[in-house]
Design a protein around this ligand. Structure first.
Ligand code: BT5
Length: 326
């Protein structure tokens, strides 16, 4: 199946009834048969799209389902590489596992594994990630930036900035970032990021960005134990949000900011990140695997560490921990 033609068909059909897409013309442009276009129309209908047709003029879109199938996402994409190859799965334990396999088998830079449902979604330290069916964006993006393994952890912060920008552009929600990997709205968790690495000692082979975004859940869709700490865009916004459009927007910004990081270093990302951070200048409790203590958050360092000032004035750079504002 040619998702290019299919996503182009979808994109053009969105222009409405007054501007129907001529199947004949699209077929000629893409060098496929008129029947192939008709088959794409039928395929889209079976995926839930409502399509109108006007004799001798063409097709137009009446209504779209909330799907994240490749063509649905790709019709909105503005990237060169990211999201140009998408593997969509209805249900899987974790997209992260599949992405590792794909990366080992030579997946291209920017390939996306996206699922409607994860049955064993995971966070950091193997914590569970709730991934309700059809309600969120559960995806892993395989990236192959020219970075050293030491520069890899900052990719979490790059992804966080990309996600915040995408949310800001498509919704009225004003998210904040909690170091290192949480995006919050109204103090509750909206999105989590899990960055994993495949590398040689001196060279990154792939950085797999696992992104879990709560989009159309209502409070009862979250397991009881996280109901008080989790939120979704639709809870914040008061209306459903189009998952395909948001997925594409996240990929647009991700491609942009990864390139910025690789070309110009971490400083521009750091400045953006700090402008969205909710903990800078605040008193925080820091829990690492070893201990728990309090300090004041000062900013992030060039290597992505959270800098905190201890009560005796010493500055400490934290590489990995859970942070609570107190
Ligand atoms: C994260 O871990 O926040 C990283 C989450 C990454 C999920 C994506 S989805 C696509 C890809 N495939 C995967 O299997 N994973 C990635 P962490 O900072 O450890 O946060 C985990 C904690 O967040 C849990 O212990 C819960 O308290 C809470 N939590 C679980 N599910 C949540 C949800 N849907 N929304 C908000 N909070 C949640």
């Amino acid at each position: 199946m040619n998702t290019n033609v299919k996503s182009e068909l979808l994109k053009r059909m969105s222009a409405g009834k007054d501007h129907p897409v001529s199947g004949q013309q699209l077929a000629e442009e893409y060098g496929v048969s008129r029947t192939a276009i008709w088959k794409y129309v039928k395929e889209l209908e079976s995926e839930g799209y409502e399509i109108g047709s006007i004799r001798k003029r063409g097709y137009y879109l009446i209504d779209s389902p909330d799907t994240i199938l490749p063509a649905a996402v790709q019709q909105f994409l503005q990237t060169k590489q990211y999201g140009r190859t998408i593997r969509h799965i209805e249900s899987c334990p974790s997209t992260q596992m599949l992405a590792h396999e794909e990366a080992q088998n030579g997946a291209p830079d920017g390939m996306v594994i996206i699922a409607d449902e994860q049955t064993a979604g995971k966070g950091r330290l193997s914590r569970p990630w709730s991934s309700a069916a059809g309600k969120g964006i559960w995806m892993s993006v395989i990236t192959r930036p020219e970075l050293t393994p030491q520069q890899a952890p900052q990719m979490t912060l790059v992804a966080a900035v990309a996600i915040v920008r995408a949310i800001e552009e498509l919704t009225e929600v004003t998210p904040t970032i909690k170091w290192p990997n949480d995006i919050l709205a109204g103090g509750r968790k909206l999105t989590g990021i899990l960055t994993e690495l495949q590398a040689d000692p001196d060279r990154v082979k792939a950085i797999i960005l696992g992104i879990g975004m709560n989009v159309n859940q209502q409070s009862q869709d979250f397991p009881e134990e996280i109901r008080a700490i989790a939120t979704s865009l639709s809870i914040e916004e008061g209306q459903p949000v189009n998952r395909a459009k948001l997925t594409a927007k996240v990929l647009d910004y991700l491609e942009l900011y990864v390139a910025l990081y690789v070309d110009k270093g971490f400083t521009p990302i750091k400045l953006l990140w700090e402008s969205y951070a909710d903990s800078i200048g605040k008193r925080v409790r820091i829990s690492t695997l070893q201990d728990t203590y309090e300090a004041t958050a000062r900013g992030i360092s060039e290597d992505g560490r959270l800098e905190v000032v201890l009560d005796d004035g010493t500055v400490r750079g934290i590489y990995s921990a859970d942070i609570h504002i107190i």
